[in-house]
Design a protein around this ligand. Sequence first.
Ligand code: AMP
Ligand code: ZN
Length: 480
Amino acid sequence: MALQFYNTFTQKKELFKPIEKNSATMYNCGPTVYNYAHIGNFRAYICSDILKRYLLYKGFAVKQVMNITDVDDKTIRDSQKEGLSLHEFTEKYTIAFFEDLEKLNISKAYVFPRATQHIHGMIHLTQKLLDNEIAYQARDGIYFSISKFRNYGKLSKIKLDETKTGVRVKNDEYDKENAQDFALWKFWTEKDGDCVWESPFGKGRPGWHIECSVMAMQHLAEHFDIHTGGIDLIFPHHENEIAQSEAVTGKKFVNYWLHNEYILVNGKKMSKSLGNFFTLRDLLIQGYKARAIRYLLLSSHYRQQLNFTLQGIDAAEKVIEKFDIFFASLDEVKNLNNTVENNEIAAIIENAQKQFEEAMDDDLEISQGLAVIFEFIRRINVLASENKVGKKNAVDITDFMKKIDSVLGVMHTEESAMPREIIMLAEERERVRKKKDFATSDKLRKEIISKGYILDDTNTGYRLRKKRDENLVLQDSHSK
Ligand code: AMP
Ligand code: ZN
C-alpha cells in the first residue's frame, strides 16, 4: 500500500502526492505561549512529530515549520496580569516549550517562527486584502469580509448565515455557530498597553489567524503539502487561514489537512480554560518518565480521542521497560560466545517491517504498527529462550528496532535504558526462583529495591520499574 492520509478537507483518505517529488512541506500550528503547554497540546506536537518522522523514514525530505504564537488576546491579557512586558512573558514560556519538546524527544522543526517577528508581513497581507476589497476598515480594526471569499467554509463545511453578513467578531477565538467577519488588524485600545505596532491603517496589532497565513507562506510557500493542528483549529483558525491566503494568492493554500483528536480527562477535553490539565513538568516531578508519556501520547491513532489517566502512564512505563529489557537481552546475545546463526530471522524481520509499513501507510495506524512490533518481540524472545538467536541475528534485530524507533522515538535512548546491572540482578533472581531458592531470591529483590527499582512478578515473568511516589492521585493541575 502506498502512503495515504485522511484529509479533513475532502473528508476521505487520499494517496500522498507531494508537490515536489520525494519532498514534503509541512506547517504545524504551534503553541500560544501564555502558559506551560499541557499534555493535550503535546498530543498535537507528538502527532506531527510521528508524521514527520514517518515521512523521513519513507525517504521524503521534510521541511517542517512550527510557529510560536507570542501575540494574541491571551498573551496580552496574561502578560499584563503578571506585570511583565509581552516579550519577557512569552519568552519564558517559549523557552519552557523548547525544553519540554526536548524531554519528549520531539524532533526540532526546520524553523520555529515567532509571530512578533513577522508583523511586517501581516501588515503587508492585510494591505493586499484591503486593496482587493476583501477586507474593510471598521471603527475598531480591519476585518475580512467572509461573504467576499467564494467557498468560505470549505474546510469546516459550515454554511454561511446570510443574516449575519457584515457582522463582526474581534476576538481571536469564536465558535462555528458564529461565522462572522474576523479581525485582521485590531486598532490599539488602552487594554493593549505597550503591545502596539505602527501600520499604514493605524497603530494596533494583528489578529491571530493572519499570523499563521503569513508565517506559513513566508517559510514554506504560497502552496504547500501538509498543515496540521488539533480539531479545535479547523474552525475558525484554519478556515480563516485558507480564506486570507487564497484571497490574495489565488492559489490553493494546502493540499492535505490533518487534525488530531483530543486528549480527554474524565470525558472532557483537557484544556487550560477547564483547569483539568497536566503539564509535562507536573508529571516529571511526580516521577513519571518522559519516554512513557511520549509513548502514551503516540500509542493510539491520532484521529481517536484518548482518555488521559495516570494509570495510562503506568501501563506505558511497562511497555517502555519491555523495550529496554528486549534491547538488554539482545546485548547479552551479542556478548555471548555462541555460533548460532538462524536463517529464519531475516524473513521474520522482513515480514515485521512490511506489516509495520502497511499499518503506518494507512493514515498512520500506529496501534496496528505497534501490535506488529510486540508480536515481533514475542517471537524473538521465544527463539532466544530456545537459544536460536545468534550474534549476527542480534545485530540485525537491533538495527531493525532502531529503524522502527526512528519513527517512534521511545526506545533505547542511552540515558533512560534500564541499567544493565539491575537487569542482571533480576535475571539472576528469576533463575534462583525457578530453582525454588527463595532466600537468595528475596535477597536479590531487596538489592534491586535498595538501588531504586521495583521488581514485580507477573504471569509471564518479572517486571522492572523505577521507584517513585506510589501515593500519587489524579488531581487537577494548575501550573502557574
Ligand atoms: P493552543 O496553544 O491552545 O493554540 O493549542 C496548541 C495545539 O494543541 C493546537 O493544535 C490545539 O488544537 C491542540 N490541543 C489543545 N488542547 C488539546 C487536547 N485536549 N487534546 C489534543 N490537542 C489539543
Ligand atoms: Zn495556526
